[in-house]
Design a protein around this ligand. Structure first.
Ligand code: WT7
Length: 646
């Protein structure tokens, strides 16, 4: 038994080493899911073993993994590595500016810093169960703050640095988060973003916020409000004057919440996806080790932002759970030039590179020149996430980055799934360009038709569902459990519905074909069309709008907005810029439409429903074959829209 023993974690009892072992594990996981997961969970550090492996029904839904088990995820991600790995780098931080020094935090350093900041949080009144919003750039302190919350049992809610004050205020209110950790500013390429100023704007609407802890990073002038705002560095000094006390890890139930992460859906309001401590820990480490075939000593570089689920699971928790070295990169792929990623790989001898198709496509556009003189021979495994990867990008990645010797894992998953569900395992199961391929053992995907009938066999397409719980799945949407039910568990009885369409080929490989709901995937970021419409509609002069996606060479999908505007404006282009400003203010720059077409009317049915299918086709440039338009109230608007296409 592994319980309460600090076993040598460098061997991963759950690591799958061959195709045969994969097949066997997959079979066992279906036959006896509870036994399968109990064995995996047993290799983690628990303060007390669980009472039951799994309680579940998808009706409510109720999902409980390892209930009654007591643990703290930070003891698994940090403390238990101190024996063998204390001098090993846990975090390598590469700054935005290549001329600035990078930083290395060993597991011992990380431990010390997390303990210190845990005490800072406590000194500022944060208690177990309190929600703490983290709005920071990609600095190591973001990972430290995340782990410090987990250490004391506070629920972190990281908000991506590109969201606006209004978006932050909405999330703070929804989560009733009384504490914020932020930076004065953040660097992104040649831009400096005033994070604290954005927080200040958000807090005008959020008087319930008690404390804002501000890390000095850009040293840009900021306002500090007495009694509410404190400097990170001053608070650390206070802890040092106290003699740097220890901070024992709070005992958490496996089903206590670990974090809330907001994501878009088909309605106008983002959902606070809730993940819990035990299952999330087990699932992220299990999937990290297996998909990337992590071997001790590997340097892992995931290029995502910690503000998204990819960063939570595969920059912070998964790699640290495995005792790996995780690289945090502050910058962007194209600054100071399009060779920046390759410089980072070369400089830090990166072994695993996990990035997004949109980044690959954008770098492809710069040709091969940025690769000249860059030694990429350390790379062993490449990964892709966030959207379907097109074959052209796949082959470029394979040829020019992996030099045809690195397996590429195409990892399909979602904020709600906590970790990778469908993917090949590097070098173990075969890859197939543009296919996520096979489920991880423990994951049971099914395809269903519109009536919810399960589609058996191969060479079939349908809506992707999962028919059995896995430990990393969401438990609820914060403050509104019924929303979780209606969104994910009510479309098809007894199934978790992903919102994705999917094809299963002749040999059982899965290929994700994209969302089947009104959700866009722009540069790997999920954006609800309703949210963008709400923002556009707030612009003075806008009467109504409809937003759809269209194929975009780099972003995957672009945002196309049809806008009915009162006819007092004189300059279409200026009005477009104005509307974009409003969207930036309400959501953030990531949601700005790429194209805005002013129209006199929208194609509506007699019952007033917008026929998006038609708008989508026109945005895609498909002007013929618009399908049945006979149910339209006024078919002539379609002609006008076709004429005015931008
Ligand atoms: C949606 C989830 C999971 C981390 C990043 C995005 C799409 C994700 C793939 C892939 C095809 C993919 C799906 C999914 N997606 N990975 N490998 N192939 N599509 O997280 O914001 O929660 O979005 O991203 O449509 O539903 P997210």
């Amino acid at each position: 038994m592994y319980f309460e023993t600090k076993q040598n974690f460098m061997s991963y009892p759950f690591k799958i080493n061959s195709l045969e072992a994969y097949n066997k594990a997959r079979e066992q996981s279906v036959k006896d899911p509870e036994g399968f997961w109990a064995e995996i969970a047993s290799s983690f550090l628990w303060k007390k073993r669980w009472d039951t492996v799994l309680n579940w029904n998808f009706k409510e839904p109720k999902i409980e993994w390892f209930k009654g088990g007591k643990l703290n995820i930070t003891e698994n991600c940090i403390d238990r590595h101190l024996g063998t790995l204390s001098n090993k780098p846990a975090i390598i931080w590469e700054p935005n500016d290549p001329d600035e020094n990078h930083r290395v935090l060993t597991y011992r350093d990380l431990y010390n810093k997390v303990i210190q900041f845990s005490n800072v949080l406590k000194n500022n009144g944060v208690k177990k169960g309190d929600r703490v919003c983290l709005y920071m750039g990609m600095v190591p302190e973001l990972a430290i703050a995340t782990l410090a919350c987990a250490r004391i049992g506070a629920v972190h809610s990281v908000i991506f640095g590109g969201f606006s004050a209004q978006s932050i205020a909405d999330r703070l209110q929804d989560a009733q988060a009384e504490y914020i950790v932020t930076c004065d500013g953040a660097y992104r390429g040649n831009k400096e973003i005033s994070l604290k100023a954005v927080i200040d704007d958000a807090l005008v609407q959020c008087r319930f916020v008690k404390k804002v802890i501000v890390l000095t990073h850009t040293r840009t002038p900021i306002s500090m409000i007495k009694g509410r705002d404190v400097w990170w560095e001053d608070e650390i000094k206070k802890v040092e004057t106290m003699g740097n006390p220890d901070c024992p890890a709070e005992e958490m139930d496996a089903e206590d919440p670990l974090f809330i992460l907001y994501t878009s859906g088909s309605t106008g309001k983002p959902k606070g996806v809730v993940h819990t401590v035990g299952g999330y820990m087990v699932y992220t480490t299990y999937s990290f080790v297996n998909v990337f075939q992590y071997t001790p000593g590997d340097i892992h570089f995931c290029t995502a932002d910690i503000g998204w689920i990819t960063g939570h699971s595969y920059i912070v928790y998964g790699p640290l759970g495995a005792g790996a070295t995780t690289l945090i990169f502050e910058g962007i792929p194209t600054w100071p030039d399009a060779g920046r990623f390759w410089d980072v790989v070369d400089k830090h001898k990166v072994n695993i590179l996990y990035t997004a198709p949109t980044a690959i496509r954008s770098l492809m556009g710069f040709g091969l020149e940025p690769l000249v003189g860059k030694d990429l021979s350390s790379l062993k495994v490449l990964g892709s996430v966030g959207e379907p990867i097109n074959e052209e990008a796949w082959h470029w990645f394979d040829e020019h980055i992996g030099k045809k010797r690195c397996p590429i894992v195409d990892t399909w998953w979602q904020t709600e799934t906590g970790g990778i569900l469908i993917s090949n395992m590097a070098g173990i199961t075969p890859s197939k360009p543009s296919y996520a391929t096979l489920p991880l053992p423990g994951v049971q995907p099914v395809l269903v038709d519109e009536n919810g009938m399960v589609i058996e066999g191969n060479n079939v397409s349908g809506n992707l569902c999962i028919k059995f719980p896995w430990p990393g799945m969401l438990r609820t949407t914060y403050g509104d459990h019924d929303r979780c039910r209606t969104n994910y568990f009510a479309t098809y009885e007894n199934l978790y519905f992903t919102g994705d369409g999917c094809y299963r080929d002749a040999t059982g490989n899965y290929r994700i074909t994209g969302r089947v709901d009104d959700v866009l995937n722009v540069s790997g970021h999920r954006i609800g069309t309703a949210e963008v419409e709400n923002a556009i509609n707030m612009h003075a002069g806008v009467v109504e709008s409809a937003v759809v996606g269209y194929p975009h060479d780099i972003k995957g999908q672009g945002i196309y907005a049809y806008v009915i505007y009162d006819n007092t404006h004189d300059d279409d282009n200026l009005t477009r810029l104005d509307i974009n400003q409003t969207v930036s203010r309400i959501i953030g720059a990531i949601a700005k439409p790429d194209k805005i077409q002013f129209v006199k009317g929208l194609p509506k049915t007699r019952s007033g429903k917008i026929m998006r299918r038609i708008l989508r086709k026109i945005a895609e440039g498909e002007l013929e074959n618009l399908g049945d338009t006979s149910t339209l109230l006024d078919p002539s608007v379609v002609e006008e829209i076709k004429q005015g296409r931008v």
